[in-house]
Design a protein around this ligand. Structure first.
Ligand code: ZN
Ligand code: ZN
Length: 103
């Protein structure tokens, strides 16, 4: 979690570990459950090892996984220690967390 990409995305399991439905976003990237339309959290489209990924997740996993990532990030990020409101990585993680908790 040291290099800051232009848009920081929520970290998901490596593409090799994902099933086809998980790659397409039909199933949760973490637990693999089938996603219900109004309970999906979009984790952000990305390229990994030449493959296009559309990871999405259920709210339960998002609350757990993204929370852990946010805590881990905030403790190792100079910008967050200084002012987390200005950190794009933190903003993206918070957005996902918010979506996971919304509704
Ligand atoms: Zn899940
Ligand atoms: Zn940060």
């Amino acid at each position: 979690m040291s290099s800051l990409a232009e848009t920081i995305l929520v970290q998901v399991p490596p593409v090799d570990a994902l099933s086809e439905p998980q790659v397409c976003g039909r199933c949760c990237a973490w637990c693999g459950c089938a996603l219900v339309a109004d309970r999906i959290v979009d984790l952000g489209e990305r390229d990994e090892e030449g493959r296009r990924l559309f990871p999405r997740a259920c709210r339960i996993c998002t609350a757990e996984q993204v929370y852990v990532q946010l805590i881990g990030h905030a403790s190792s990020c100079e910008q967050c220690v200084d002012n987390g409101a200005l950190c794009p990585a933190s903003a993206e993680l918070r957005r996902a967390l918010r979506e996971g908790r919304a509704r």
